[in-house]
Write a protein that binds this ligand. Sequence first.
Ligand code: AKG
Ligand code: FE2
Length: 293
Amino acid sequence: MGIKHLNSDAHVDEILEILEEDAGVIIDDVLTKDQLNNITQDIHPFLGNTREGKDEFTGFKTKRVGALMARSPECRNLALDPLINEVSKRFLEPHGEGYQLHFTSAINIGPGETQQILHRDRGVWGGYIPRKIETQLSTVWAITDFTKENGATQLVPGSHKWNKNREPTDEEIDYAEMNAGSVFIYTGSVMHAGGNNISDENRMGVFIHYAPSWLRQEENQYLSCPPEIAKTLDPELRSLMGYSKGGYVLGFFTDPYDKEGKLESVSPEKIFGDSADKFENLTTPDKLVKESS
Ligand SMILES: O=C(O)CCC(=O)C(=O)O
Ligand SMILES: [Fe+2]
């Protein structure tokens, strides 16, 4: 059974029903030509400076550009896409309030690339937890056409319900073939892989994944999009990246700087009184830095 296609006016319920059965679905022709051009222009300079992968998983003819929230204004719009966010919320929130951005990467599969190993993305959290809880909702935005020949993502529909060791037959593997501007949605427990590229063109996709707020993100958003950039962005996006609490106290922080912008240094005497000398090494930030460096 192949990957189903829906129109861009598809209803969230319909998408969720297909995800429950197949764990993958394509929404056709969502992005405009202008958006596609913007994304290509945003990513192009970084692609030029990026090396190919270094093993069979990352691919010897495949380039990955991350930190897309910091680097690509148009990819920020993809991350905030209302339909995708509605699907993410409904898909991820039954197991706890809140979802967040988990991973961003433009993946360019060049001519001659071989097939990536079939895998389940939820493996980043270790092992294979039977799908009692789904912890990832993934999107692949096609920036070029995706064809069987140029490395369209392979999917094994329904394999999110399989036991760990079941391998697919060739007939059970399908290809997320779609026009540029379409988006392929798949889940964290389904088997999939980057396809082999036997064409003479590049296959470029923007991968944006979401996960519950209570799990560690695959791509560290605070380092990939540090506060000095994050503070210039849409508050909704900032919140999605994790610059917000994921619950009553989850993700709280204490500003370590004082009013002059310095790291506050509290004198040992203030804390320990007469026995301050014993604790000097533990309480003076400068010394701590020196000793650990
Ligand atoms: O490039 C693709 O189509 C899939 C890549 C992928 O699944 C991954 O790197 O985890
Ligand atoms: Fe993957």
